[in-house]
Design a protein around this ligand. Structure first.
Ligand code: EPZ
Length: 421
């Protein structure tokens, strides 16, 4: 079981390069199933979720080569994935549904499970595929989608990122024109659209609430480098803001981070874009009000890391989580470290200015794990973060190494060290 040791950190200084975005790479890899030609994705991050997605593609019959940071995928004939355990463990496995339905006209998948932060239903994905003419049957944890896809107007009750991605991919090979209304506008949607367009898809409006896809006969291979990870960059920006640091986050796309940068600036941090990325200086001092929303609103994935920053400002901060129903599990652990945070439903009241003390804490989900690592940077003494499920390695490419590069005293303890307690 991975464990991390984090000590009270000096001001973080220096520069670190932001990895490619997990939430861009996962749908782009799924899109490789849409063609029988080779797809090459450069700079794929070394994440468990990426490895799992590559295994899922193999399980669908694709030839996959992962060399260094390039992933080469070629799916000559797509089949249903056999590795049901893998499908259940990784939520993003649902992203192969649209490509398989479009590529082979039918597919059966084990439904991905929920996770700690919420139920994570896929009703919007399935309703959208039905609008495109697919027959959808669900039985005993398996979903079966069959039938030729025809262009249609699809309205999403909620701008779901995954549903937008699945339907956009499915529509690329559907007969006729598809319009997705109330679509998600995240940068990862735009990146997927860029990639699909390079494969020969005909898409307009990605990044807006209305995406129009004109189906084509077939898609060809492509080579692509996805966007940098705005959530990794945001997490490191919070680390700088906590320690009154002066850092350069190389390759960070400030245009993807406006909501977070506004919050950090309002709180007293100096955020500057330059040609190499994002520079941050100074400390967050003023309390903040944060409401998580779909993009371009404040990202739910940044709620836990920013809460640690809010807990160190002077005054009462108020957070409202509107996207996931159970995304405050980091609060219990932060309070054990000395924070004073009260959760009332979807509201969290953070009484700032409390000194944190290092403790043994446990990760419950990916962004909670990151938040607890950040808390260890400002806590007196030593914090041991246990990560039984390996959340951090799922979604961050060596977060502890990147923090250490900036001067933090963070290390991943060997598995064995765990048992020497
Ligand atoms: C993507 O998840 C991201 N994951 C999440 O990042 C991110 O938090 C989320 O978008 C919101 O930005 C990937 O891109 C791999 P949604 P996704 O569909 O697509 C409800 C991380 O930490 N909903 O926009 O699953 C759902 O329950 C992860 O990197 C339905 O009700 O998010 C949730 O409350 C966590 N029915 C809300 O919508 C559906 O059919 C947002 O879900 C689909 C979603």
């Amino acid at each position: 079981m991975p464990q991390y040791r984090i000590c009270h950190s000096p001001r973080l200084t220096g520069e670190v390069r932001i990895s490619t975005a997990k939430n861009a790479v996962l749908p782009i890899l799924a899109a490789a199933l849409l063609t029988q030609e080779e797809v090459i994705i450069h700079q794929t991050p070394a994440l468990t979720d990426v490895r799992h997605m590559l295994d899922i593609l193999r399980s669908c019959g694709a030839e996959v080569e992962a060399e260094e940071t390039d992933a080469r995928v070629r799916c000559l004939a797509a089949g249903d994935p056999e590795d049901h355990a893998l499908l259940r463990t990784m939520r993003a496995s649902v992203l192969i549904l649209g490509p398989l339905a479009a590529r082979k006209g039918e597919c059966s998948l084990t439904m991905p499970g929920g996770c700690a932060i919420g139920q994570r239903p896929i009703d919007l994905h399935l309703k959208g595929l039905q609008k495109l003419g697919a027959k959808v049957e669900q039985e005993g944890g398996t979903v079966r989608v069959s039938g030729a896809l025809k262009g249609a107007n699809v309205y999403l009750d909620f701008p779901s990122v995954g549903a937008t991605e699945n339907l956009m991919m499915a529509a690329t090979l559907a007969k006729g024109v598809t319009r997705i209304e109330n679509a998600a506008k995240e940068p990862e949607i735009v990146d997927l659209c860029h990639f699909l367009t390079m494969m020969g898809a005909r898409i307009a409006g990605a990044g807006t609430a209305n995406i129009i896809i004109e189906g084509v006969e077939r898609l060809h291979g492509a080579e692509y480098t996805p966007i940098p990870d705005r959530i990794e960059a945001g997490t490191l920006a919070c680390a700088a803001a906590l320690t009154e640091g002066g850092v350069l986050l190389e390759r960070a796309r400030t245009d993807h981070m406006r909501a977070l940068l506004f919050k950090l600036s309002e709180s007293g941090v100096i955020c500057q874009e330059d040609e190499r990325g994002l520079r941050l200086r100074g400390k967050a001092r003023h309390p903040m009000e944060v409401r998580t929303l779909s993009y371009p609103g404040f990202p739910t994935d940044m709620q836990a890391p920013l809460m640690v920053v809010a807990a160190q400002t002077h005054g009462l901060s108020v957070f409202l989580e509107t996207i996931f129903e159970n995304r405050y599990m980091h609060v219990v652990e932060l309070n054990r470290m000395g924070a004073q945070i009260r959760v009332e439903g979807q509201l969290a009241l953070i009484q700032g200015g409390r000194a944190l003390t290092g403790a043994h804490v446990s990760a419950t989900d990916l962004r909670a794990a990151a938040a607890l690592m950040l808390a260890g940077l400002v806590a007196q003494g030593e914090t041991i973060l246990s990560d039984p499920v390996g959340h951090l390695m799922r979604g961050y490419e060596g977060l502890e190494d990147k923090l250490r590069l900036l001067g933090a005293e963070t290390e991943k303890l060997s598995e064995g060290a765990m048992n020497q307690e």
